[in-house]
Design a protein around this ligand. Structure first.
Ligand SMILES: [Mn+2]
Length: 379
């Protein structure tokens, strides 16, 4: 252990409370040991949550449709933590557990998702992870709305009008929901075993795009370091998550790149996947993860869009910003939301119709933002 010298004049972990609108920067006390301390502004919510857990409880964990690395990693870690405390834990997701995260399931982690809402019967407690809006529970949303048991939410998205529960631990400064599960584990005094470390590392790694996005804070790296110390093999994780691509997935990407369009004047780029494309290649929706990064990666792009035709009159739209465009606010025009730099929406219409409408709106939105900029400097 390194010595624990605080900078002169600092009190405890943090001398200055952070602006909640800004990413978390602990410049006052940069030592990683200090970064691991649960932030003061989360402690009350975490202790409120921790008080709900008791041995013997039957607990269901759930996350959003098309669970990602943060959802699955947070669920796997929390299932193991609560299981070790003597609780009976089951995972009940609205869509099937993604095959690429099979390595996070097994032993104590039981997936009841195929049973649907029936798997929520008889539980004592529900924990909803990585969701700010109950609608993201898809086919489980109505069952969760009418559940009479305590409903806990652990999440890092911007707040919605209808959260999935009443006892909440939410902080948009957390790089991933997995960071908040790490804090909960620390508060509960849980041992970070190797499988728990691997699950939380998956959450942090995937939600930061491999520690590249702006939510990659000093604390995120400090926790990742702690997880490596608990036995995570970073190259094994990289290979499992980013370098295990099937040929079919690459062929789908090739087709998608064919649809890439760029409006250089408006700094918008977009890409589309038609209905039936996944079926054509025998792929799952998680195989589309990261496709939107291709339009976003084009030099000069400020707003990237990804349109996926779901084939039943609905188009799933992903919105990505490279910095100053608030896509959460833009996505709200279409009934969606998420983060300022990454949001989504489900829009009714044909692929062509939705794409034309949203690209036109995006042109106006980006241009309006450009006009506002000089009078509204970023702080
Ligand atoms: Mn997340």
């Amino acid at each position: 252990m390194s010595s624990d010298r605080a900078a002169p004049g600092s009190v405890g972990r943090r001398a200055v409370l952070p602006d909640p609108a800004m990413p978390h920067h602990d410049t006052a006390t940069p030592h990683s040991a200090n970064l691991l301390v649960v932030p003061d502004d989360r402690r009350v919510a975490i202790e409120r949550l921790a008080a709900e857990f008791r041995p013997g409880l039957r607990v269901a964990l759930s996350t959003h449709m098309n669970a990602d690395g943060d959802g699955c990693g947070s669920e796997s870690a929390l299932a193991r933590i609560l299981g070790a405390m003597g609780m009976d834990v089951r995972i009940v997701n609205p869509t099937p557990w993604p095959a690429m995260f099979d390595f996070l399931a097994g032993d104590g982690v039981r997936d009841f998702s195929p049973k649907g809402a029936a798997a929520l019967r008889g539980i004592d407690l529900l924990v909803v992870l990585d969701i700010s809006d109950v609608k993201r529970l898809g086919v489980l949303a109505d069952a969760v709305r009418s559940l009479a048991v305590p409903k806990l939410v652990i999440d890092h998205h911007l707040a919605s009008d209808e959260p999935a529960g009443t006892i909440t631990l939410t902080d948009t400064a957390a790089c991933a929901t997995g960071e908040l599960v790490y804090d909960l584990a620390a508060t509960l005094g849980a041992e970070i075993t190797e499988p728990i470390a691997r699950a939380l590392y998956t959450a942090l790694l995937t939600d930061t795009g491999g520690f590249r996005f702006s939510n990659t804070t000093p604390r995120c790296h400090a926790i990742a370091g702690r997880l490596l110390a608990a036995g995570v093999d970073p190259e094994d994780m990289y290979r499992r998550i980013y370098a295990s691509v099937s040929l079919n997935r690459l062929q789908l990407l090739r087709d998608a790149l064919d649809t890439l369009r760029v409006d250089e004047e408006s700094a918008i780029a977009w890409i589309s996947v038609p209905a039936g494309a996944l079926e054509q290649y025998g792929l799952q929706s998680e195989d589309l993860d990261g496709i939107v990064e291709h339009p976003r990666s084009i030099t000069g792009t400020r707003l990237a869009l990804f349109f996926r035709d779901l084939g039943h009159g609905k188009v799933k739209v992903s919105f990505r910003s490279t910095g100053d465009v608030d896509v959460n606010r833009f996505a709200k025009q279409f009934g969606g939301g998420g983060h300022a730099r990454a949001s989504g929406a489900l829009v009714s219409g044909t692929l062509e119709d939705v794409r034309d409408r949203i690209v036109a709106a995006a042109r106006d939105y980006v241009r309006a933002g450009a006009r506002e900029e000089p009078s509204a400097p970023r702080t």
